[in-house]
Design a binder for this molecule. Structure first.
Ligand SMILES: Nc1ncnc2c1ncn2[C@@H]1O[C@H](COP(=O)(O)OP(=O)(O)OP(=O)(O)O)[C@@H](O)[C@H]1O
Length: 324
């Protein structure tokens, strides 16, 4: 395990920001710290970085106890939401900086800068100033700079948070590919479940200072540990005392086909792109959300007013009723 966090607690005055955190982050993986705002993700990242000290507990990085080490002795690279690059230095100089202050030979610095600019697709901008780059390019520069000194661990705090949705998505795909190439152990903070699901090997869900669940994106999605994780990772609805995903509900027009199905009437039919979102009002007055593909909805000839029978699909992830 590359980063081992054991029994970490952190309070600010009376406020408990982190409570009994145990997390192991494997070497070479891309791990997301995911959770709602204020849940403690950044605090945990800053404790790994050494920018914040835990009240108790330990942080071990690559087998070395880092609990009391200052940031510069931990061999970690950081990238934050707001680009931390030197405005008066060219792109190439920014990348070279960390190597130059470590007094690496000139030829070695030049080779490394070339390699990194290539990796982050900024070679053609080597002589520009950061102000002459787009937001996404500047974030890639910040990543190249962080990688220059070959950190053991790369820590990213909402690195794409300040960018618009389209650029964010591009950078997300790019980060995944970059990570596949360089394989440096990476921990990144996000409150965006789609970003975490798309990019990471493993996700640590953090809420109100506690770890709710740790697992691969599929594990969290298919086997959520509790209603919070289930609700945070995607849309949920309730059917017959269970919380489940709206697309995991089977719709039938025949009461005899599915034993124990719940009967109701389609009260809302909304088409959004390739999917159809239904609200079904059950006979005892509950509203159930159902999502199906357009093709499926057409085949069943669904429309407002149609009587339907609902049941959880085979293999659907369910948890006991979540108070919505
Ligand atoms: N220096 C500080 N002094 C007092 N309270 C703090 C301090 N730093 C963080 N907190 C509080 O600790 C809690 C956790 O903050 P943290 O930044 O770790 O959350 P987060 O999950 O990263 O949220 P966000 O996504 O909004 O950044 C918040 O309620 C925050 O107000």
């Amino acid at each position: 395990m590359s980063i081992d966090i054991r029994g970490v607690n952190k309070t600010y005055g009376d406020f408990v920001a982190l409570e009994d955190i145990d997390v192991s982050i494997p070497t070479g993986q891309l791990t997301a710290l995911l959770g709602p705002s204020g849940g403690g993700k950044s605090t945990l990242l800053r404790i790994i970085a050494g920018l914040e000290t835990a009240d108790s507990g330990s942080v071990v990085i690559e087998g070395k106890d880092a609990t009391t080490l200052p940031p510069q002795k931990r061999n970690v690279g950081f990238v934050f939401q707001h680009y931390a690059v030197f405005k008066h230095m060219t792109v190439a100089k920014n990348v070279a900086f960390g190597l130059e202050i470590r007094k690496r030979p000139k030829a070695q610095v030049a080779a490394k800068v070339d390699e990194l600019l290539n990796l982050v697709h900024l070679s053609q901008f080597a002589h520009r100033l950061p102000s002459q780059l787009s937001g996404g390019q500047r974030q890639r520069l910040a990543l190249a700079r962080a990688l220059a000194v070959e950190p053991t661990v790369l820590l990213l705090d909402e690195p794409f948070g300040a960018l618009d949705a389209k650029v964010r998505k591009e950078l997300r795909d790019w980060l995944r590919r970059l990570h596949d190439e360089v394989r440096v152990t990476t921990v990144f903070v996000t409150h965006d479940q789609e970003e975490a699901m798309e990019v990471s090997d493993e996700i640590v869900v953090i809420n109100e200072g506690r770890v709710e669940q740790i697992g691969t994106p599929d594990q969290l999605y298919d086997e959520p540990a509790n209603p919070f994780v289930m609700g945070f990772l995607g849309d949920v609805t309730s059917l017959d005392g269970l919380t489940l995903r709206p697309h995991d509900i089977e719709v039938s027009l025949d009461p005899l086909l599915v034993k124990g199905a719940v009967s109701g009437t389609v009260t809302r039919h909304l088409r959004v792109g390739f999917e159809v979102r239904l609200t079904v009002t059950t006979d005892d007055g509950a509203e159930v959300l159902v999502v199906l593909t357009r093709t499926h909805a057409r085949a069943l000839d669904l429309a407002e007013g149609v009587r339907v029978w609902l049941s959880p699909a085979v293999g659907a992830a369910t948890v006991p009723l979540l108070q919505l």
